[in-house]
Write a protein that binds this ligand. Structure first.
Ligand SMILES: [Zn+2]
Length: 287
């Protein structure tokens, strides 16, 4: 945070320096665009092949074949979900929240993509529907589905409040991945990464720049839908913060389950579509 009382006097040209106009770090005009028309057609005729109910204050894994859709659906009551994604064939290829933010902004919606880490750095999934896209940015600068938070975790909780709380999203995701893969907890934990905060309503306070949350506008029936560009292993935690209106990292908030549905498009609806190849950089790094 910036100090209320800076120790350095502003230079004579401070206002001129502050008045410089910002430029977008990563203009997206050359970003390869998903064929949204193709996805719109494909999602019109789908068959549900699996579903996973994620219990409150817990997480579950799910698998999505390449070329299928998956939906995260609010059921029973307002609930935030923390999402991790890996390549189904290689847990070393995982969702890269920071670069996804750099490309698409702080909060995601339809047409945005979930990018994987280096050196793969390709779209893992594309968002194909978002029933909360009407929300936009509110008067506090908040919006839904952020890639700015990291996940609630027992280490930060211990640092700030002391004690041992075991149902933070970080621990929920760790347990779910350990169960799914048979890995010991400590090994599974190392694969858990920064999340997409599904349905969470967040922003940065304008005065302090601090990360804030407020009650999610999600209601039962709302969903966020993705097209799997590659075969995916996902893990979703139903955050102990519930709708994240007050606090997380405790058992105080009302929490609800989240439903994940896996949908297969009808044959022939994805003609011409291929999973994206890993990034084209040659990895010689100038050596
Ligand atoms: Zn959480």
């Amino acid at each position: 945070m910036k100090p209320d009382q800076p120790q350095t006097a502003p230079p004579a040209d401070a206002s001129a320096r502050r008045a410089v106009r910002p430029v977008i770090c990563y203009p997206t005009d050359t970003l390869p665009l998903p064929d949204m028309a193709l996805y719109r057609t494909a999602r019109e005729k789908t068959e549900k092949i699996a579903e996973v109910m994620v219990p409150p204050r817990d997480a579950r894994c799910f698998r999505v074949p390449a070329g299928h859709f998956f939906r995260i659906i609010s059921v029973e009551g307002p609930q935030v979900g923390d999402l991790n994604l890996w390549s189904a064939d290689n847990l070393g290829e995982r969702f890269y929240s920071g670069k996804t933010r750099a490309l698409h902004g702080t909060h995601l919606s339809t047409g945005d993509r979930i990018w994987s880490c280096f050196p793969y750095f390709r779209p893992m999934a594309t968002i194909t529907a978002d029933t909360l896209d009407w929300y936009g940015f509110d008067e506090f600068g908040a919006s839904v589905h952020d890639v700015i938070g990291t996940r609630c975790d027992p280490y930060t909780h211990n640092l700030l409040s002391g004690g041992q709380y075991h149902h933070c999203c970080h621990s929920n995701l760790t347990r779910a991945l350990a169960v799914e893969t048979g890995m010991p907890l400590a090994k599974a934990e190392a694969y858990v990464h920064d999340v997409l905060n599904v349905f969470m309503c967040t922003g940065f306070a304008r005065d302090s720049g601090q990360y804030f949350m407020k009650a999610s506008p999600v209601r039962p029936g709302d969903f966020l839908e993705f097209f799997a560009e590659i075969g995916l292993l996902g893990a979703l935690s139903a955050c102990p913060g519930g709708d994240c209106s007050a606090e997380h990292s405790s058992d105080k908030a009302r929490c609800y389950p989240l439903l994940v549905e896996i949908l297969r498009p009808a044959d022939g609806l994805l003609s011409g579509w291929r999973p994206p190849a890993p990034n084209g950089y040659d990895r010689s790094h100038g050596a």
